[in-house]
Ligand binder design. Structure first.
Ligand code: SF4
Length: 358
């Protein structure tokens, strides 16, 4: 049975937890002014708010918290981490947490499972750091799969930027920053279609990676996200508006008939986008990884999703750095899945270059 779709809006902010330092900054003031009637609760640190981050098994409460709570904080450590897969660097985040609730999502693992959006108010510091970091890289002389010419910075590793853009102007500020940085590009993956972004004039310096998976699977595991058909329908509009648009095929979840479902999805994309989008198209393919702790939590609220996410018959465990067990598809078999899917992409959506697949 598909996951229950939300009846509530993604955000209906009633309570804002704030670090006083963040509330004093202009961006903090702007966020507070967007929800003048929201209750304000001072907190010492956005990292430790027990009433938001505890209570792992109560999903009704999570969705309410994700909808009604917002956290305003200051990003303390500013570093751009080398990545090399979806981007050259992961930029310091301007938000973490998410209003959506995908069952496989790793974003909540650090802060607890409700994990509503925390927005960082020190955007000037983050932007300044990024501009200097880009300057220090100079011109990219060696093309790589991230991009042949530009240094690519993932600005949305810890959140979904399309939803963050409904909370503050942080994402817009970064899109505008990268517009003026000819040696670099911003990039983020998203599962939400926010058409406000179409007015931002990114001039090709921001790459949006629309996340796609077969609709049947998305209805089960992509909780509170935009429908797959809506994401596909947005691609041409975002290209037209000046974004580079790639596809993020992730996570790829194996079940009976999965390749037939992927063939159908690829056909939908092939039929649903125009020549201009195809001329610049590329994708990344990432097979599912899962985690024993997330599995335990999910059993409490979404056991149907665990029937496809937790497959000991297909997966092998590996102890993670944080102590839990991560699982992935078995060595050998996983390579065969990747080859089968990349072959299928070449056949059904030949305009789509595979940037990387693993
Ligand atoms: S949209 Fe992204 S960040 Fe949000 S819950 Fe889904 S996977 Fe996690």
């Amino acid at each position: 049975m598909p996951a229950t779709r939300p009846v509530r809006p993604l955000l209906d902010v009633r309570k804002i937890y704030l670090e006083p330092e963040a509330a004093a900054l202009p961006r903090g003031q702007e966020v507070l002014a967007r929800w003048p009637d929201a209750e304000r609760v001072e907190v010492a640190s956005h990292w430790n708010i027990p009433e938001l981050h505890g209570d792992e098994g109560n999903v009704d409460r999570w969705v309410r918290i994700k909808t009604e709570a917002l956290v305003l904080g200051v990003k303390k450590s500013l570093t751009a981490r080398p990545n090399g897969r979806s981007s050259d660097f992961v930029a310091p985040s301007t938000a973490n947490g998410c209003a959506m609730a995908c069952a496989y999502c790793y974003v909540p693992r650090r802060k607890g499972y409700s994990n509503p959006i925390t927005v960082f108010a020190n955007i000037d510091k983050i932007s300044g750091y990024l501009a200097r970091h880009v300057g220090r890289q100079g011109v990219k002389t060696e093309p790589n799969q991230c991009d042949p010419h530009a240094w690519v910075y993932d600005i949305g590793e810890s959140s979904d930027c399309s939803v963050d853009a409904t909370v503050s102007d942080n994402v817009r500020d970064l899109v505008e920053l990268f517009r003026g940085l000819p040696t670099a590009k911003a990039s983020f993956a998203t599962k939400h279609v926010n058409r406000d972004l179409l007015d931002w004039d990114p001039q090709g310096r921001t790459r949006i990676r629309f996340s796609l998976m077969p609709d049947r699977m998305a209805r089960l595991v992509d909780v509170r996200t935009s429908r797959i058909a809506d994401r596909i329908a947005a691609i041409d509009d975002f290209v037209e508006a000046g974004y580079e648009v790639h596809l993020n095929f992730s996570p790829v979840i194996v079940e009976d008939g999965w390749l037939e479902q992927w063939a159908e999805l690829l056909d939908q994309v092939e039929a649903g986008i125009g020549a201009r989008a195809k001329a610049q198209l590329a994708c990344e393919v990432i097979m599912l990884t899962h985690n024993d702790r997330l599995h335990e939590v999910n059993l409490g609220w979404h056991p149907k999703a665990e029937e496809v996410l937790w497959r000991p018959d297909l997966q092998q465990p590996k102890r993670s750095e944080t102590g839990g067990l991560n699982v992935r598809y078995r060595t050998g078999q996983k390579g065969r899945y990747v080859t089968a899917l990349t072959d299928l992409i070449a056949e059904r959506l030949p305009s789509c270059r595979v940037r990387y697949a693993f």
